[in-house]
Each structure stands twice: as structure tokens, then as C-alpha cells.
Design a protein. Structure first.
Length: 134
């Protein structure tokens, strides 16, 4: 069963937390986030302990992330990867990979993790998110 667990709105747009109950599965509940980002605002600036997936439903976003360094497990690469995502495009981040989205147009996205939802802020990206809210 899918139910609305929480909602939040601020200058960036709306955030809707859905909980998907899956009785008998290894992870009995899964959170799915549906969110909007107003043009010029950003979301994210964090990383997670499990893999994350995002899909753009409407609009256009710039996705910025730091991938893990394959030569040095547990360490990040030195340069940001920047991609522009359009409706229907999906991006995924490895566990521990900091990421953020900036709306180039008013956008609607859906996000989920492979595992329980938790987050740790990544200060360089989070600073950008917070500055855009001023």
C-alpha cells in the first residue's frame, strides 16, 4: 500500500513523502519522495548509505555530483560531474556520492533509495542549496 507520510513546502517548492508498505519483503517499508523545484532553486546537497535513483517527470534540472573514485574505494573523485536532465531521464548515485539538483525550469521529480531513507549533508553542496533560498 502507498500512503502519504509527510509534506513540506518552502521557497524551493513542495516535498511529498510517500511510504510504500511491502509486507514480507526484506525492507518492509520504502520511502518515495515526490518533489518540485522552482526555477533557480536547488535541492539536495547530501549523500546516503545506499544507492539513490531520481527521475525527472517534468521540467529540466542540472544534476551535480561527486562519484566515488574507483582507484581508491571509499574516496571521492576530485571533480564534479554535471549533467542536464530532461523529462524521462534517470540518474543514480552510488552510496556515499554527494549530489544536488538545480532547477533550470520549474521541475517535478521522483526519488527513492535502495534501502532505508537517511541522509548526511555534504557542506560544499548544501551551502549552494541554502544560498539559493535567500
Amino acid at each position: 500500500m502507498l500512503c502519504l507520510k509527510d509534506t513540506h513546502e518552502d521557497a524551493r517548492g513542495g516535498l511529498y513523502v510517500l511510504e510504500w508498505e511491502r509486507a514480507g519483503w526484506p525492507v518492509p517499508t520504502q520511502e518515495v519522495l515526490v518533489f518540485t523545484i522552482n526555477k533557480g532553486y536547488a535541492r539536495g546537497g547530501d549523500y546516503h548509505k545506499s544507492r539513490q535513483f531520481d527521475i525527472v517527470i517534468a521540467g529540466k534540472v542540472e544534476c551535480r555530483f561527486l562519484p566515488l573514485n574507483p582507484s581508491f574505494p571509499g574516496f571521492l573523485q576530485n571533480e564534479d560531474v554535471v549533467k542536464v536532465l530532461n523529462p524521462g531521464e534517470v540518474v543514480s548515485f552510488e552510496a556515499g556520492s554527494p549530489h544536488m539538483f538545480t532547477a533550470l525550469e520549474a521541475s517535478l521529480m521522483v526519488e527513492w533509495l535502495v534501502g532505508p531513507f537517511e541522509k548526511t549533508m555534504y557542506p560544499p553542496y548544501r551551502k549552494i542549496v541554502e544560498e539559493k533560498m535567500k
